[in-house]
Design a protein around this ligand. Structure first.
Ligand SMILES: C[S@@+](CC[C@H](N)C(=O)[O-])C[C@H]1O[C@@H](n2cnc3c(N)ncnc32)[C@H](O)[C@@H]1O
Length: 209
């Protein structure tokens, strides 16, 4: 379900700058294989957030086929930054690595295969930006586990924060309840300046002050 009016969405997509053939091919592949990727509007938002925050080190939880990772990598590459991205689906990791290599970004993006809740405690780095886009039931734990790795002044960003609008209606499904818990957790976290941007399915943007 869309959280905005279709005619407004259509307008936003019509205005979006054309992507290069690789990203367009990935968008078509995701569409025909029912792989939920962020798409060009949220891709652009991530790119702009990473660039304006001058992020060098980015952590992504939920790689899928590497689409959002490529947007992030292109933002950090000029600063010699890098993206660490985690996904537990071996088939998707394989496709992501191929797409990242086709984008010429294999030195910028490190793909880790595994369950994020197991991988996160093994990471010893500090990140300038964290992007969360995994299964929704792990959002609260993924936030709690990754927040200590976010530097002061860094951005925590999460996709699907409005979950088709169900969070605002108090929906009872497991995923909706998890997203309600997550949105409250981040919004009430001391030292975090948080807003949900109602773009596509809602993008939570939280600054660690
Ligand atoms: C919505 S897709 C990510 C889309 C991607 N960020 C993009 O827009 O291009 C979610 C991905 O998270 C992965 N995932 C879900 N739960 C996970 C977990 N606990 N640990 C690691 N990966 C997970 C799934 O395998 C899936 O590929």
């Amino acid at each position: 379900m869309s959280i905005t009016y279709d005619y407004i969405d259509d307008y936003l997509y019509r205005l979006a700058a054309p992507r290069d053939p690789l990203l367009e091919k990935m968008e078509e592949y995701a569409d025909s294989n029912a792989i939920p990727i962020i798409g060009p509007l949220v891709g652009r938002l991530l790119y702009n957030l990473a660039k304006t925050s001058q992020s060098r080190k980015v952590l992504e939880i939920g790689t899928a086929i590497g689409y959002s990772g490529i947007w992030l990598a292109r933002a950090v590459a000029p600063l010699k930054g890098n993206v660490t991205t985690i996904d537990m689906d071996p088939e998707r990791v394989k496709i992501a690595k191929k797409n990242i290599s086709d984008a010429g970004l294999e030195r910028v993006v490190k793909v880790i295969e595994g369950n994020a809740l197991k991988v996160l405690p093994t990471l010893k780095e500090e990140f300038d930006m964290i992007f969360l886009d995994s299964d929704k039931d792990v959002y609260p734990d993924a936030f709690k586990m990754s927040l200590p790795m976010l530097r002061k002044g860094g951005l925590f960003v999460a996709d699907n924060a409005l979950w088709g609008g169900d969070v605002a209606k108090g929906g009872k499904s497991k995923d909706t309840q998890s997203m309600i818990k997550f949105n409250r957790l981040v919004s009430e976290s001391p030292g975090m300046s948080t807003v949900i941007v109602p773009l596509r399915d809602g993008v939570l943007v939280s600054l660690k002050e």
